[in-house]
Design a protein around this ligand. Sequence first.
Ligand code: MG
Length: 303
Amino acid sequence: MKTMNRRSFFNTTALAGLAATLGGGARAGAATKTVPVPDRPAELNLCLQWNGIPGGGMNEKLDFLEANGFTAVELPTGKWLFDNGGAFQKAIQGRKLAVATACGPSDFSYADKARREAEVEKFLPQLEILGGLKSVGLILCPARKNVAMGFRELRDDFVNNTGRRLARHAAKHGTSIVLEPLRRGETPFLKLVADGASIARDIGEGAAVMGDFWHMAQEETSQMGAFLSGGNLLKHVHIASLKDRKIPGCEPKYDRYVDGFRGLKMIGYRGAVSFEGGIPKGGDRVKLIKAMVIYLRDQWAEA
Ligand code: MG
């Protein structure tokens, strides 16, 4: 992100002062000049999670993504990655699809050090596979519902030990760990994008953060503010309908993403916006996915 030099700051400040004397319309126009300008404009890169992509075979799923305006794909972790990573690498060659993240359960808050160690060991080889796929990163949650460590102890251990080791290993293989803040019912530990960004910053190389509109709808005081706090460390976004965590657009009364999208535009976000949620009972998955693409593009244009 470009930072304003002293001269342009003063020019903007002078403009804002002038606007204050001119009234509301001019004031609103000047206020936008104080927002940081990204080096490159943001892009909406829509993405689906592997198990939610229509189609049976690997190529059928990838064909569906390309034919329907998606530019990224999100993979499962664990057994799927070990069993299918090689075949997937071949299937994605020559396609205009980026490998966003891989998503699966994680927890580094066990009281037993050996269990925390086992959790690190579990993910080290998966990071190597993801690096080979040029994936953005591995989504991790430092803690889930039952946090057996004190918060300070857990943060220190994650920043200096478990999370750091995974992040460094990720960086070595050309990928990253991507911290996901959740809702309070799912974890009391990491709920805000700003907190995830601060943990990622403290870890340093190989660590990033993401935002999930579903979690953010309950936890954040400002969607735009949350994404601004993520800044350059924001590498992934999950999206769902905001009332029931279904596909965006099926509850249009609640599904407003414009404020968050404005934040993404301000930071020049070009990562994936990936649908993570359900399909309403009896709904036609293909039809609903096509409608979601239009729905989200409209709100991105409005932002
Ligand atoms: Mg999520």
